[in-house]
Design a protein around this ligand. Sequence first.
Ligand SMILES: [Mg+2]
Length: 232
Amino acid sequence: MTTKPERQHLLIDADDTLWENNIYFEEAFDNFVDFLDHSSMTAVEIRAVLDEIEIANIKTHGYGALNFGRNLAQCYERLSEREISEPDLRQAMSFAKQILECPMELIEGVSETLEYLSGRHELTLFTKGHPEEQRLKIDRSGLGPYFSHTAIVREKHSKAYATLARERTLDPDRTWMVGNSPKSDINPALAAGLNAVYIPHPRTWVLEKEEVQHGKGRLIVLENFSALRSYF
Ligand SMILES: [Mg+2]
């Protein structure tokens, strides 16, 4: 695009697009590894077991810090070389609960860029996860007022994009999903016939990583959130 387009619908991801999120989960995992204090398993091997538990549990319980705590407790049960006790399970879970108390750290340039974009386009916050946890983060971020609509869903698959587009009567040609996750933001939006703006985050959760697959829509890859200004 050489000239800025007329009014567009921008669907914008939250975690690791607007604010830091996964770094806190990584921190919780590091604390968990210290506490587990395994005699032979490396952090990478422990992570592989946790990933397996997470993939199985996401289907029934979804995402979020409290679910992550449950997953850590299960991982502890499976791997601990000590006798399993209630206090130790609670301790394993507590590393995840601390995530809820972490300060909201907005990613550089986000506030100013949202202010600029909200004056020219229609912004929808589109996030997945535990509804209460996500709502709380939106409130604490102070970014809510830039968005004319917020949608929190269990999973951001292509059906979720199609449903959102239908319910909000979005014109696919003028609708873009902006986010850091190929798996939840870029590929399903393109598959649903929308356009996408991929802004990679170096600390993206491993379960969100995927090869970007081109679809019908247009794809823009940007280095940072502020760069949206040049296109919109
Ligand atoms: Mg994200």
